[in-house]
Design a protein. Structure first.
Lengths: 323, 405
């Protein structure tokens, strides 16, 4: 606004000034106040009506759903039923969403025999199917297998995109990487809303309905274990695994983070993870680290095991060894 | 009476903001026009998901977070006017300090918008609120950031709102009401950029960011780029409004950048030395940024362009002969802003993700949607600042004052 220019907007201003200058009587002021109050309360009234209407609709329930840890048994029943209903509507598939709890005295860990892994990537496939991962756009896979040159254990020197048919190659070895379920997890620490945490049995989980999708945990993870739903997942209806867990393999909403959960819907029921059972060479060993008699405990005691990126002090619960 | 007069103050501020004459209206329409495609793009992003961006599991933050980082610095830079104005009673600065604080308000507003558009689930933003939400404080640095950014917005809005209202009423402001807040806001300004740097430098798995000088670098680059933005804002205000900005303010800003810009370049040099002389495996990201890595070098021209611009700006800022020439100095300001925007925006965020922790090299350049949304948010910020500045100038020049009814 230069001083010489005649402002065009003065009309509005004049009107305002005129309105303000008009003698404002007490009565008319109160009247105006009454009208304002009515104008404000009317939308509140409609809003209440809308709330009533939406009371048992999925939208409302999802929107004000509590954090997993704060849900009562009734809350959970309601939420799980809703998820089952939604899956039925969207995919036409009957699924069961369970709430598998950590078993007292159990802490899970994994050990992988690198001398045996032949790079077939069967674990990757089994994991995708077991855990209802989006097949494409976005393609989500919890396990990445690196083809490593001899003479290094630095994952940065591996090849993620090797061709699968000719494996194993003579001068290479294979390094599968998935969530390390760290005892000092950098990912859960950074989450601004505690949507991800470490459970009593050592499994790092995500409440997909609490995650705000900021992706800070993804930046914090040194193992690329976290995967983001950049769009609504694409899963063929006939391939949906109906045995689901709220904190594990239920179908994820758009815009949230997901990751390996050691198949907690299986492992907390006494089974092994899907990747374990799919391995054709028996390279994968899964078990309870607190049980000294478990095969896993024996491996940790007898083999010369190591972890990835030990210098970061993330204390992985996913161990590797050669024999 | 007090409440009513306050309501009228707001009412008149709003009508005054939108009655700025033809040129001002054209400017507002121009900004609205820039915002329109951004709304379209954001609608798409909101319904389809972040898949419309070029971000990936490997490069999980992009242009939004880059702009966010830069703008936190712009907001923090207001402190460079606040300290001389309120603490050292530098009269010429005192007269325009509100315009600097309102710039901080606008910058924080843009920061919050950039965070909103970056969220996968913006509908769940209330999860960070107390009681209804679950803020992971004090463990998450992002939780700290939520607090310091909103706090800074509140502090600056309080100071400028209170002082403008008093000026409007023609009363002398009560020091007890605003001075304590001013002192808090000075420390707070440092905190917002420190916390934002800690977001990155606290991640052990990202060696490119995991450096102690990140926070000092952020602050000093903010104190180099900030005065450049303030200079341009004040020159514009001087040209297009009745407000007179004393040359002494510009001299002060020149003196500041003459010190901060060399320090900024020095710290950049320290970082480069550490990366390349050590030559450990952690140098990969810096190598990618400056020279390319395994044939991938998308950011290379970008960063060298930024360093060239920074260097020319540096020469202008430290050479008294060049600095004294206002036109040359303005060119220096533009170069410094763009250079720093690149260097601490995309030039810092993207290489942090390349190579990925498992050695994957996935490059990133903003998608059309991201570009339009970014432009839209910058236009939003421009609009907010234009309106705030117009009202503030109206009050400060006595155009807008309480009329006795």
């Amino acid at each position: 606004m230069s001083t010489t220019e005649k402002p065009r907007g003065t009309k509005i201003e004049k009107m305002t000034e005129a309105a303000l200058a008009a003698p404002l009587k007490r009565r008319s002021f109160l009247k105006a106040l009454g009208i304002t109050a009515a104008a404000v309360s009317a939308p509140i009234g409609t809003a209440t009506a809308v709330t009533d209407k939406l009371k048992d609709s999925n939208f409302w329930e999802t929107y004000f759903q509590k954090h997993y840890k704060e849900m009562s048994a009734e809350d959970k029943a309601q939420v799980f039923a809703r998820i089952e209903r939604e899956t039925k509507t969207t995919y036409g598939v009957d699924v069961h969403v369970g709430d598998q709890q950590p078993i007292p005295g159990v802490k899970f860990a994994y050990a992988l025999n690198l001398s045996r892994c032949n790079g077939s990537r069967r674990c990757v496939e089994a994991c995708v199917i077991e855990n209802n991962q989006s097949r494409h756009e976005p393609q989500i896979q919890y396990i990445k297998v690196l083809e490593m040159p001899r003479g290094t254990l630095d994952p940065e020197r591996g090849d993620l995109y090797y061709e699968g048919e000719a494996v194993p190659k003579n001068d290479k070895f294979y390094l599968p990487v998935q969530c390390n379920h760290c005892d000092n997890p950098p990912c859960t620490k950074v989450c601004p809303v505690e949507a991800t945490w470490k459970e009593a049995d050592g499994i790092v989980v995500v409440d997909y309905d609490w995650c705000i999708g900021c992706r800070y945990c993804q930046a914090a993870c040194p193992y690329e274990a976290r995967h983001f739903n950049f769009a609504k997942p694409n899963i063929p209806a006939e391939e949906i695994n109906p045995v689901q867990g709220y904190l594990s393999n239920r179908i994820r909403p758009k815009g949230v983070m997901e990751k390996c959960t050691f198949c907690l819907h299986r492992t907390r029921n006494g089974q092994n993870p899907a990747c374990h059972d799919a391995c054709p060479t028996g390279a994968r060993k899964f078990g309870n680290i607190l049980d000294p008699e478990s095969e896993l405990s024996k491996i940790l005691k007898e083999k010369r095991v190591f972890v990835l990126k030990e210098e970061l002090n993330t204390l992985p619960q996913f161990f590797y060894y050669f024999d | 009476m007090g409440l009513k007069s306050y309501a009228i103050f707001w009412f008149r501020m709003i009508t005054y903001a939108f009655s700025g004459g033809r040129n001002f209206n054209l400017w507002v329409w121009f900004l609205l026009l820039l915002m329109a495609p951004g709304f379209w793009a954001y609608y798409h992003q909101f319904t389809e998901g972040l898949i419309v961006t070029n971000m990936s599991d490997q490069v999980s933050w992009g242009a939004y977070i880059a702009n966010f980082t830069f703008l936190v610095g712009v907001a923090a830079a207001a402190v460079l006017l606040v300290v001389p104005a309120y603490v050292y009673h530098h009269q010429p600065t005192k007269e325009i300090v509100l315009l600097g604080e309102l710039l901080a308000v606008s910058a924080i507003f843009m920061c919050l918008l950039f965070i909103m558009v970056d969220m996968g689930r913006p509908d769940r933003f209330f999860h960070v609120l107390p009681i209804v939400g679950h803020l992971n404080f004090p463990r998450s640095v992002l939780a700290w950031d939520v607090i310091v950014l909103n706090g800074y917005l509140f502090l600056n809005a309080h100071i400028s709102g209170y002082l403008l209202y008093m000026k409007y009423l023609g009363r002398t402001p009560n020091k007890m009401i605003y001075m304590p807040v001013v002192f808090i806001s000075i420390l707070w300004a440092i905190s917002i950029h420190t916390v934002t740097a800690f977001l990155y430098s606290g991640l052990g798995g990202r060696p490119f960011w995991n450096t102690a000088i990140l926070a000092p670098r952020f602050l000093i680059s903010a104190f180099a780029g900030g005065p450049a933005i303030l200079t341009i804002a004040f020159r514009t205000i001087q040209k297009f409004s009745k407000m007179n900005v004393d040359e002494k303010v510009f001299d002060l800003l020149k003196q500041i950048v003459a010190v901060t810009m060399p320090i900024n370049m020095f710290l950049l040099g320290c970082e480069l030395f550490k990366e390349f002389y050590t030559d450990s495996t952690h140098v990969a990201s810096a190598k990618y940024l400056y020279f390319g890595l395994h044939g991938a070098h998308m950011l290379q021209p970008y960063i060298w362009g930024a360093i060239t611009m920074d260097t020319i700006a540096l020469i202008i800022f430290v050479t008294p002969y060049l600095r004294r020439n206002n036109r040359v100095f303005l060119i220096g300001c533009v170069l410094a802003i763009v250079g720093i925007w690149v260097e601490k925006g995309m030039g810092l965020i993207i290489p942090g993700f390349i190579p990925s922790p498992l050695g994957d090299i996935v490059e990133y350049i903003p998608s059309l949607h991201e570009t339009l949304i970014c432009i839209g948010i910058w236009a939003w910020g421009g609009l907010i600042y234009s309106l705030l500045a117009r009202v503030a100038i109206g009050v400060l020049t006595g155009d807008l004052k309480e009329k006795t009814i």
